[in-house]
Design a protein around this ligand. Sequence first.
Ligand SMILES: [Zn+2]
Length: 250
Amino acid sequence: MADGSAFAMRFPGIGGPGAELGPVAVVERDAEPFLMIDCPPGALDAYRRRYGADPENLYLTHTHLDHVGGMEELFHGTIVAAQADPERRIRLFAAAAIVPSLQARLVCNQFIRAEGRVNFWDAFQLIPVSEGFWLDDYWFRVFESRHMQPAFCFGLQLAGAFVYTGDTRPIPEVLAAVAADGETVFHDCGVEANPAHTGIEDLLREYSPALRSRLVCYHYGSEASAVVLEEHGLTVARSGTPVPLPTPAS
Ligand SMILES: [Zn+2]
């Protein structure tokens, strides 16, 4: 697996209250987009501006609208090419547990226009995921985060390289298992905690200094909040600045 590729995580959107764009991250491999994570409204435009192309691979953490509200744009942006060539469908990875909710939110309503005689899934190759999935030669492990209700939000790990929590309260017992090999941990964190998201106090209480040194916070909302996080010794992701990742484990 260690083929010499260089990986990085880029955040077109940081997410959180007051953020310009909802949470959307892109795993880059050798400076090329490899896997998009989540799809808020406006994500496709941001992606195209950055890469001059449409995403080929997408992972969805959960079905809150600030994570899937851009799926209609993605559908319309893809369907013509996908109808002409099924190979152009976007590979959409999602935990099997959230597929019923995806179906309910995106398909079983009036979300998609009726003209064109196409189905929502004509634009996507849906790959329901249990423990993880292969993308090229890389195994992406999927794990349950703690967000709102059980089996609702699922984070992502590339062993040795990164952990992406998705929306979550602190999950020290999970990170002990999935972030044990020096991975950079991209963690939901705003200034204040709430029942759905992590706050500064949570990170300081729940995680060791050693783990916090590998944490990169996102979903904090505004630049003013980023500054407050930094004043507490935390590292933040900023849109436009990719975070280089450790080499994936072999
Ligand atoms: Zn959420």
